[in-house]
Design a protein around this ligand. Structure first.
Ligand code: DQA
Length: 142
């Protein structure tokens, strides 16, 4: 089973970016933890970090052809990108929405996700474990 792990805007800055909220792990180290867990689960992950909305949309289209499921942290696009929402709906593959932080305990605008209702489910608030839990969810449903 091939899983695309797609990280959106500003997630390349993990480790340096607001460590009190997002932790001190860099994206590479989070991806290593995901790779280790994926090996245990028999899943094959490919990793992408894309700052631009259109690039995320194109990667989702590609996932339609090449992947069995997607773990998506869309970053701030989560809260307002109807274009990403439409792409998720269009590809008809299970997409798990993840967030490092508990977006429901933060600013009002972060408590809205325009993608949640077209994703298979949402996991938020567990740091890198959010991604690991998403892998378990995909393993279960695929
Ligand atoms: C985030 C939460 C978003 O609100 C924020 O814009 C991010 C990261 C998270 O993983 O907690 O960039 O998706």
């Amino acid at each position: 089973m091939k899983i695309y792990i797609i990280n959106g805007a500003n997630l390349n800055l993990l480790g340096k970016r607001e460590p009190d909220i997002y932790g001190t792990d860099m994206l590479d180290s989070i991806n290593n933890a995901i790779t280790e867990e994926a090996a245990e689960l028999g899943l094959d992950c490919e990793f992408f970090q894309l700052n631009h909305e259109g690039d995320i949309i194109e990667k989702l289209h590609e996932a339609c052809e090449n992947a069995d499921g997607v773990v998506l942290n869309a970053g701030a696009y989560t809260h307002y990108s109807y274009a990403i929402r439409d792409a998720i709906k269009a590809i008809r593959k299970p997409v798990i929405e993840v967030h490092l932080s508990n977006v429901h305990a933060r600013e009002d605008f972060r408590q809205i996700s325009v993608i949640a209702s077209v994703c298979r489910g949402t996991i938020a608030g567990f740091g890198k474990t959010s991604y690991v839990l998403a892998l378990h969810a995909l393993k279960d449903i695929l």
